[in-house]
Structure formats: C-alpha cells, structure tokens
Design a protein around this ligand. Structure first.
Ligand code: UDP
Length: 235
C-alpha cells in the first residue's frame, strides 16, 4: 500500500495511511445517514465535526484519557494514532432519549439517577444489537479486563464532557464512543461530534445534533455551527 492510500471509507469519514506507520489521516465528509436508510449531506458538517472533535479530544488528552487524536492538519483532516478497533459501540446516557424512552417506559428528557452504559455489537449491513457483558464474554473479541477499562474511560469521558458542555449551555443527553487497541493498550478512537452526541440547549431544550437530520427538523447546519461557536466561546 502506498503512502496516502485510502485504508477504509465509512459513511461519514475516510481513513488514509501516511508516511508514518503509526498514524492515519482521518477525513470528515459532509455525508449523513440515518436509520441505515436516509442519506443526505449537511453542508460543512465535515469541517464542523473535525473542529468539534479536535476541541473535545484535546480536552480529554489534557485530562489523561488516552485517545487517537494527535493533530489537526486541515479543515476536515485530523492526524490520528492507528488503532485496531473493537466491533463495539459504547453508549453513555445521562437523560432519556430515543429508544430508551419506550424501553424503560419513561418520558424523553427524564434525568437518569446515574449514567447508563450500554454496549452494541457493530456489524456492517446489520442492525447493531444491544449486548450485555455475558454476550460480550461469549463473543470473545474483548477480554473482561479491557471491557472494564473501556467502560471506566467512557464514564470518565462522560463526566468531563458533561461538565464542559454544561458550561456552554448544552445538556449532554447521550453519546457513543468506539475504542481500539494499540501498543497493547486501550485508546478512544473515532469522533466526538453532534453526529455522535445528543446535545440540547439547557434553557430551551432545542436539539443541536443529528436528531435534526434524523427527524427532518430543518436547521441542521445551523445547529452544528451553533455547537462550534459555543465551544469556541463565540456565543
Ligand atoms: N450513536 C451513534 N452511532 C451509532 C449509535 C448511536 O452516534 O451507531 C449515538 C447517537 O447519536 C446518540 C447515542 O449514541 O447520541 C445513543 O444512540 P442510539 O442509537 O442508541 O439512540 P436511540 O436508539 O436511543 O435513538
């Protein structure tokens, strides 16, 4: 494989290799998908998500949460550490939204007494099923010890991000993380953005995240830009 070759293309991002065998270039696209069916583009989303991920990964690095972010090298491009990803999605929830409302029989917006951590099996071309620890032990792709490390890092990330967003007038309702291995250690990978977090305005409850696209609510670009501006302290 040549330097600069595409390693992987997903729905919203592309990975390229670099001259450094330990690093990838992560390119953020404008494309968006919802429920595996609805497809579209959100103007400038790639630029916003690269910027938001940079700010949030930098915050996590400063707090000692190991993650793949190394440097922002373009409007929509990050230099990241090469990881071998687990086929695992970890969702942390602070308030009830989406599928959790019917599952628990609670209203959307209900504040959970403590954060809920959920695991989903990431499988291309299939729905991502909800897993418990016993399913994970049976599937065998992650050890109990590494799963515990991921869960602890996810909860620490939640505390940091929830507090950071709260100071910017945003409620972190829920979000997903993906982890991988490098040098025999667990690192947080992927992105942290309004594509992967639910963010509501603390005062009005207005949704400032991908739910606007999922539910065709309009004002999608504006919502992503608003999050960038709040993180940059421009609002
Ligand atoms: N999420 C994501 N990608 C996924 C699954 C979840 O970014 O493949 C995020 C989603 O944006 C939300 C949180 O994780 O912020 C919980 O998502 P879930 O899909 O479980 O939502 P629900 O089923 O509750 O609508």
């Amino acid at each position: 494989m040549l330097v600069g070759d595409k390693v992987y293309e997903g729905r919203t991002k592309i990975l390229y290799n670099t001259a450094d065998p330990d690093l990838y270039r992560l390119y953020f696209k404008d494309e968006a998908t919802a429920f595996g069916k609805r497809r579209g583009a959100i103007a400038e989303k790639g630029v916003y998500n690269a910027q938001i991920s940079t700010i949030l990964f930098t915050l996590l690095s400063e707090a000692g949460i190991p993650n793949h972010y190394r440097e922002k090298i373009g409007e929509r491009v990050l230099l990241v550490k090469k990881l071998v990803m687990y086929p695992l999605i970890i969702v942390v929830r602070n308030a009830v939204a989406g599928s959790l409302a019917p599952r628990l029989g609670l209203e959307e917006g209900f504040q959970l007494l403590e954060p809920v951590v959920e695991y989903y099996y990431k499988r291309e071309g299939a729905d991502n099923p909800l897993l418990n620890e016993s399913h994970l032990n049976t599937l065998g792709f992650i050890s109990a010890g590494r799963l515990q490390t991921c869960s602890i890092l996810a909860l620490q990330t939640n505390l940091l991000l929830r507090n950071y967003f709260a100071h910017r007038g945003l409620l972190l309702v829920d979000f997903k993380l993906e982890f991988g291995l490098a040098d025999e250690k667990v690192f947080l990978g992927d992105e942290i953005s309004p594509d992967t977090c639910r963010l509501w305005d603390v005062g009005t409850g207005e949704k400032l995240d991908k739910d606007r696209f999922r539910w065709d609510m309009g004002g999608v670009e504006e919502a992503y830009r608003e999050v960038v501006e709040r993180l940059l302290g421009q609002v």
